[in-house]
Design a binder for this molecule. Structure first.
Ligand SMILES: [Fe+2]
Ligand SMILES: [Fe+2]
Length: 234
C-alpha cells in the first residue's frame, strides 16, 4: 500500500475495522454477473476527470488531503464544541468514500481520462455502497460513504456527525484543489498564450504563488520552467 495512505489507515484504532478497510483498499474491485471489474492501479488513478485531482495519483492526494481536513474537524468538535465524534468511523469513511473511482476511469494516450463502460452505467457512489453492503461493513460507516456528496448531489443528506465531517472535508479538499488547478490553467494561458497542459497540484500551487509574488512575469517564468522540466523528463 502507498506509504501516505498507509499512515492514514494505521490511525484506525479498531483492529477488525482497520482490517476490513485494508482489504478493500488492497482489493478495490467489484463483481457483477460473474465479471470482476478491476480499475486503474490506485497509485495511478485521478480522483476526478476534469474538476479536481485530475492527474495520476490524484486519488491518493485527495484521500490524504480529505483525511487531514476531517481530523482537524474532529478536533474542533471535541476541543471547541465539547462534542463527541467517532474518529475511526470518520477515517474509514474518508479512506473508502472514493476508493472504487479507479474502476470508473480509463486513461487515454494523451494523458486525459474517459469514463469506462461500467461508469456509464453505475456511478462510484453506487458501486462503493453496494460493495460495502456485500462485504458486511457497519451501517453507520456505509451511511457516511453514501452521504459524502450531500443531499443535493447525492442520494441522502448526512444524518450523523461523522457523515457530516466526511462530507464537509470532501467538499473542502475537492474545492481547494479544483480552484487552484483552474486558476493555474487560467494564469498559464494569460501569461504565455497557451494553457499549461494538465498541471499537477504542486505545479498549480507554484503558479498561483508566483503570480502573487512576482506578477505575470513570475507566472511566465514558472510555466516556462515547468515546460522545460517536462521536456527533460521525456
Ligand atoms: Fe465521491
Ligand atoms: Fe471525494
Amino acid at each position: 500500500m502507498d506509504s501516505g495512505l498507509k499512515k492514514i489507515v494505521d490511525k484506525i484504532r479498531d483492529e477488525s475495522l482497520r482490517e476490513k478497510v485494508v482489504q478493500l483498499v488492497e482489493n478495490p474491485t467489484i463483481e457483477i454477473e460473474g465479471k470482476v471489474y478491476v480499475g486503474l492501479p490506485l497509485e495511478a488513478s485521478p480522483a476526478g476527470m476534469f474538476r479536481h485531482h485530475s492527474y495520476p495519483r490524484g486519488l491518493i492526494d485527495h484521500i490524504v488531503g480529505t483525511s487531514k481536513v476531517a481530523l482537524t474537524l474532529c478536533d474542533v468538535i471535541r476541543r471547541v464544541y465539547h462534542g463527541k465524534v467517532d474518529r475511526d468511523l470518520v477515517l474509514s469513511g474518508v479512506i473508502l468514500h472514493d476508493i472504487l473511482k479507479p474502476l470508473t476511469y480509463e486513461a487515454e494516450e494523451n494523458g486525459t481520462y474517459r469514463a469506462t463502460p461500467l461508469a456509464e452505467r453505475l456511478d462510484h457512489l453506487t458501486l462503493i455502497v453496494s460493495e460495502m453492503v456485500r462485504r458486511g461493513f457497519p451501517l453507520n460507516l456505509i451511511h457516511i460513504v453514501c452521504a459524502h456528496h450531500g443531499g443535493e448531489a447525492g442520494p441522502i443528506w448526512p444524518r450523523t456527525v461523522e457523515a457530516l465531517v466526511c462530507h464537509l472535508a470532501d467538499v473542502t479538499d475537492s474545492r481547494l484543489n479544483g480552484e487552484v488547478l483552474r486558476a493555474a490553467r487560467y494564469l498559464s494561458k494569460e501569461a504565455t498564450g497557451e494553457e499549461l497542459y494538465r498541471p499537477t497540484s504542486k505545479e498549480a500551487f507554484e503558479i498561483v504563488h508566483s503570480k502573487v509574488v512576482e506578477g505575470w512575469d513570475g507566472v511566465r517564468k514558472a510555466v516556462d520552467r515547468m515546460r522545460q522540466s517536462r521536456l527533460g523528463a521525456c
